[in-house]
Each structure stands twice: as C-alpha cells, then as structure tokens.
Design a protein around this ligand. Sequence first.
Ligand code: ZN
Length: 485
Amino acid sequence: MVNYAQRFAGATVITLLLIISIVGAAFWINNTFPATVNPEKIQANLTVTGIEIESTIYRGENLNVQIQINVSAQTHFDYALFSFQRSSRISHYWALINQTFQKGNFSVDAKITPGIYNSSADQFFALSDGSYTLVSMNYTFSVNHVKVTKTFQISRTVSVIPYPIFNRLKTSTWQITGTGFNSTVIASDGTITFPSGIGTATATTVSNFTAATHLTLTLPKGLSGLLTVGNISKSISGGNETVNVAAIDEMQTITMTVDTETNSSEINITVVLETKKRVLLVVVANDRWDTNFPSSHTIIEEVNQYFQYWFNLTFKVILDIPIVYNGSTALPELFEFAKKELGNELKLSNNQWSHARGRRIGNLGADIMMINTNKTMSNYGMVIGDSMGGYNMLANAGGSLNANGFRLAPEWADNLFQHELSHVFGAPDRRTGIDLPSVMTKSETLQELTQDLNAGTLWLTLNTWLPEDIKTMATQLKFYDNFQG
Ligand SMILES: [Zn+2]
C-alpha cells in the first residue's frame, strides 16, 4: 500500500520522464524532417530540360529514353511515369529511377519494356508493330522524403517495326571448282557470276541452316544443273527455286552444279538463305503457378533456346497477370475463364482474348496468351485449334488427371511449355511406339511410360523435334508475321 507522499513523488518522476521524452522526440523529428523542407521550396530543385527517345525500334526490344535534368541542390530522382498514346488509347509506363543528384546537368537513362500497363485502371497496349506517341512524362523527386511531382509535356513518335529479313549467305564463302573459272565473281549479296561458255561449274558453301526457313535461288532461264542441300537434291532449270530448309540438320553443304555453256556473256545465280528474327509477345495468365514451379519467365527463357535455334523465334513475357481459377478441371473451361479475365483486366476491345490462329488485332499488340495453373487438371496442357493448326493460346498445368493425377516435376516444365508452344505452330501430338522420340512423342499407357522412362525417351525430358514437325512449324510461322482479324 502506498501513501500520498510516495504517490506524489512517483507522479513527479513520471511527468519529468514524459517531458524529457517529448523534448527528445521533438529533437529527433527536427533532425529527420527539417522544418525548411516543404514541397513549394523544393519545386525548383529538379527540372527536366529535354527528353531523347529512339524514333524506331524492333518489336520486342526495350525502348531507351534519356531524360535531361537540371538540378540546383541535392535531390533524389524517384521515378518517371510516361504517358503513351496509340490511336485513342492512352497508357502509362512507370520507370523507377532511384538516383540522387548533386547540383548540375545530368542525363538519366530509363528503359521501357514492351508491356505498357501501369495499373488495372489503365488501358493496356503492348509496344508492338505500329506508331506510338509519347505525350507527357510525370516525374517525381524528393528531398528528405518530401516528394514533388512535375509534368514535362512532349510529343514524340516512336515506330515499332518487325525485324527485317536478311540473307545468311552474305557472310558465306563459296568454293568454285572446275577449270577456267578464275574470273568467277562472288558478290556480297550472295550472287555468283560465272563466265559463260566454259563448261560445268560447281559452287559449294557450308552453312548452318538453323533459324533459316527457306533457300531461294534465282538463276537465268535456260540454265540447267543440280542443287544439293544436305541429303536433298533438286534439278534446277532457271527461274526461281525455293527449298524449305527448316528441317535440314545443322551444318550442311550447299552444292550447285551448273552448266555454263550458254550464249549469255555471264551467268548470275543469286542464293538467299532467308532468316529473320521474330519476337512474339506473351501474356501469362498465372493461376498460382509459382507456388510449385519456377516463374513462367524463367521457363520461357529456357525454351527460347530451342525456338531460336531452329526458327530464330523468341518468346518474350510482357505481362504475368495473377488469376484465381476455381472452376472444374476441364482445360477448355480454364481457357474460357482466362480469356475473359485477361480481357477485362487489360480492357481488350472484345472484353476477351481474341483467339484464332496468328496475331490478332483485338489483343492490342500481345501475341500469345499462356495460361499456367498450379492445379492438377484434366491434362498437363492443351492447345485448341482447327485442322490448320493451333490457336494463339496455350495452357500448362501442374498435374494431369489423365496421367493418374501425377504431378509435373518442376524440371519437366520447360519440356511441357515447349510441347504446348509447338502445338500453337501446328506440330501434332505423336505417340511412343509409332513415332520416333521427340518432345511431341507422348507415352499414353503405363507400359509406354515405363518404356520411355527406362530408355530416357520420355517426352517430358526431351527438347528435340522431328524434322517434319520443324518443317510444319516453319511454315505456320507466317501467321505470326502480321496482325490479322
Ligand atoms: Zn500435346
């Protein structure tokens, strides 16, 4: 029991402590947030004086921007928010700068990646083929955590274009054999000019066919000869000849034997080994996929090496949008759900993903929808299509009821992605025992599965394609050259 005197003494001590702590807190606040900083006072600390932006980029590339600034006192440049316009749509790109500057003039680099989508309230478009106008940039800077946002008005157009076609043979060296061919000229455009009337010439070069799809020859009319590429031989007799070389393995020799005993003064043969880098922009509808598997981005990076090797094709994830699917295990139902979810989220013109073969205008620059779910579904994956080939969307699942509910091993995810992406370009399912092993050759029964596991030929462990499937995919790629629909 305490008496009044003790209580009074106790109250005095508590009051004193309280006063000291208030003074201490005030002192601390004063040091952390000096009273001199207010938004008006730091308005002039940082001013954007100009913006340099590339006028043309290839689809899939980042857009590089240089922001010129003038700084009058130490200031932290937090971020820039770019407003882009494509027809009537305006979308935003948020770029983190996070750099501190002292007094002076500086150039600050910002990078804009192909997915233009700032928030769910925003209007999406991918930075894909077409023209865009950078209309303004809001920039936010701070001094001692007091932030100021200013706007820089600008009107600058950026064109996004597909990569050009080029001739891989330009860098190749032809070996000419036969007598009397000293005056043969090999031009940098792949044209060989033989002198005429001196017999039979053989031109040979070695080329790596990967990522090239066609070999085209243009040769004078009336010329006869033989073209040999790997194990394919073809009679040539003037005009244009095209050989699909997509399925020819790796390094090969191209040999042309031509009869130069003609009346013309010289014979020009142009050989074009056509290739073009292709980039397709992928939007991922992500149903908790990352719970058990590496990110879709990581897996696609792994798969890219195979598509790049054969087709010069790169998939680029521009958005990874979370969805929560609680419907049935039927993959077609998941497709319907994701098409609408993505359509609403990105405010696509039809309120849903436009599915058909090829790049669709309704998807506002995104090319492929990939749905990845951690759930065990009816199958490991699916692509819907018609007799011509697959539509521009695919699904991958964490397990398959069709395979007795067996879960996908994380290290098999790249093989599954490759399998489903191949369906998009028309490669069909193949079957163990009927077809040779490949990423498309599935084991349907337990017996086939055991056989494949023992032989190391399980499709979920392979990254190879059969030559005929490479050929099909090379042909179907044309649907992804331009927007359709
Ligand atoms: Zn399949």
